[in-house]
Design a protein around this ligand. Sequence first.
Ligand SMILES: [Zn+2]
Length: 411
Amino acid sequence: MKKKLLYIFLLAILVSSSVAAQDPLVAELVNRVNKDSILATMNVLTGHTSFWYGAGEYKIKSRNSYDDGNKAAGEYIKRKLRNLGYNVYSQKFGVIDGENVYALVNGTELPRIQVMISAHFDSMPDVVAPGADDNASGTAAVLEAARVFKDAKTRYSLVFALWDNEEQGLLGSKYYARLARERGDSLLAVINIDMIGYDANKDGLLEVHTRNYAHSNIVANQVWDANYEYGIGLKPYIIDPGTTRSDHASFWSYNYSAITMMENFTPINGYREFNPYYHSMFDDMNVLNTDYLFKGVRLAVAAFGNIAAVNEITSVEDENEVVPSEFVLKQNYPNPFNPATTINYTIPREGFVSLRVYDILGNEVAELVNEQKSTGSYNISFNAENLSSGIYFYTLETGGKRFTNKMIYMK
Ligand SMILES: [Zn+2]
């Protein structure tokens, strides 16, 4: 009985949010989706850009479950979500050492109810498998959604999930969905993304796969609506009954509402624009239509925001800091200070970062940062309460470079 009531309650929420016109806060988040940021993430996932992993610079050759790059990709995803400020969880499962990564953030009004955006990060075939379309595109979409939602407060809780071992039989998502059902998670909707980068004929067709499980059809309609409400410019096409060959199907198995967004993979009116490099070593960045991909991420963010109900956005975005192009160590603020001040630095590429404070004799008095950091801009606070007044220097070391600024502590 209780279950039945919850079911009806979730239906009511979905229906009420589906009739809304454009929400200005969601529109703001959609506008924050940044193509360069998406491509920067994809370049790491496909091995075009190295990142720090293990003992040094590392390029991912394959994210296949049987290759080292699979673990490296999982680590990269964890780090990226942590650096955005999320609580990150990993979930190990199965005989091939699978590991899902997800971030969870509580909703402000009804945190028991969750809205999920997800994608698998493992790739095919083996050894060399950049998997740009399948599925660095979906993974980058989820990470970009995480970036733009980091300063948003939403009515319901958000889950950003990246599945491992999808190509081995949806193993990661099956594991999560089963546990979710056992725990009694109230998952309002799952928006899964699998291959949204290939559109050589530029028709903008994007499939939304649904079936009559829970309220999946309403979620599919919400994605369809969001395309028009937010002027995304794609041609969404609802496929019902949709494929069972991606991670949304794991949620159908446990009667959750779930859809997958996908490029034109299914024959529609006898025509199918199939990525000819699918599951080959040639599924790489050069075959993608990055404008189509960008629109797909905007659509996912719009639908996700509509369903999660955005109440507030707590920061103004600094466009220059989204995809930084150079190292910056800013002058601390305030300066002179007493007893605390903030130091801002920006790194244009992933790497080991150390930020230390020295007195005028060159003695180290504080270590503020000493860890791996991903591309981005960071604020660090420094409290000098236990030190004496005077001149201090703070030094940033990263990527073989060294920057030093002076600051003045006046009690
Ligand atoms: Zn896939």
